[in-house]
Design a protein. Structure first.
Length: 340
């Protein structure tokens, strides 16, 4: 069972989403991207709630042109969208073809003790589990989840990520899981699709996309928070020397173009000794203390601020406005073609 979206396009008066294409095999494909980029529109179009161009194909059959109730596609919305006048049991029974499915789904999602409750008496996490159970008992051929945890408190969100991962892993259908939370996407998803400004910029297994982003946009959404533009001035067999303005940086090279972007994760940038060859002269913009470390944002003449994750002891004597030097780990950085 595979879901394929081909050249899907949704036109609004002021903007257009797509055209975009995506193949969703059985398992969970997490769609990651910023708010307003078209993630929810993609799901609504697949489910039949948005008029669209292009084709939607599920298990070899075209769905475009069919009404939502004739697509065998289940969708879980951000707010759960439960029927307020029905009990939890009645909500589940609304979509169930087999009464036995209700008890099974309720047990798997740990809501069997809630079956006789009214939706208005449930917590946010309970409502989301009921909404997912209601969709599962309908036995859909594909499952769409639109930021189902975004409105929940952090502790509940962390717990439900694990619950969702376990439940969705047992399904043998394609699942599209929309989120703007990178950690959630990597925990719940088997595959990632990065969606930016209405276009898919990269897809693949979670580990591949996270460790080897192909564009600066994809890199930012999988954790490479610093992007440094530069020009290649020298090349070897598998390395390049990049001029970034104040200095040059030697990094692994597999892009073959001269106008490049060096993508760096906070953990791979650090406060550097004054004699470090790959360090940049910076000014501290802000220091955000965390548990055992701190995030340091540093401005420099060559572009956007650099973010470094360092031990808290390393910033004990630093304040906003102080001068410092920030070094990057070239082996852990990624060299990418510049956007455009």
């Amino acid at each position: 069972m595979t879901l394929r979206v081909c050249d899907l396009r949704v036109d609004y008066p002021a903007t257009t989403v797509g055209p975009l294409s995506l193949t969703v095999p059985p398992g969970v494909t997490a769609v990651l991207g910023p708010s307003g980029t078209g993630k929810s529109t993609l799901l609504s179009a697949i489910a039949g709630f948005e008029e669209h161009g292009g084709t939607v194909i599920l298990d070899g059959e075209r769905l475009d042109g069919r009404p939502p109730e004739d697509r065998a596609v289940g969708m879980v919305f951000q707010d759960g969208a439960l029927f307020p006048h029905l009990s939890v049991r009645e909500n589940l029974a609304f979509g169930s073809n087999d009464g036995d499915d209700i008890e099974t789904a309720a047990s798997r999602l740990e809501i069997d003790h809630l079956l006789d409750r009214a939706p208005e008496t449930l917590s946010g996490g309970e409502r989301q589990r009921v909404a997912l159970a209601r969709t599962l008992v309908a036995d859909p051929d594909a499952l769409l989840l639109d930021e189902p945890l975004s409105s929940l408190d952090a502790p509940i969100r962390r717990r439900l990520r694990v619950v969702l991962r376990e439940v969705l892993a047992d399904l043998a259908v394609p699942v599209l899981y929309v989120t703007h939370d990178r950690q959630e996407a990597t925990i719940v998803g088997d595959r990632l699709a990065v969606l930016v400004e209405g276009a898919i910029v990269q897809t693949g297994p979670v580990e591949t996309v996270v460790e080897s982003p192909k564009t600066p946009q994809a890199a930012q959404f999988v954790g490479y928070e610093t992007l440094i533009d530069g020009t290649v001035v020298e090349r070897g067999d598998d390395w390049a020397v990049v001029d970034v303005g104040p200095t040059t940086v030697r990094v692994p090279d597999d892009v073959g173009v001269d106008e490049v972007t060096i993508a760096v994760r906070p953990a791979d940038a650090t406060l550097a000794p004054s004699n470090s060859a790959t360090a940049l002269d910076c000014r501290v913009v802000s220091i955000t203390a965390q548990h055992g470390d701190a995030l340091v944002d540093c401005a420099w003449p060559g572009g956007d601020p650099i973010r470094a994750r360092v031990d808290r002891a390393a910033v004990a004597d630093l304040s906003a406005g102080d001068r410092c030097r920030v070094g990057i780990d070239p082996e852990a950085s990624r060299l990418l073609p510049q956007e455009g």
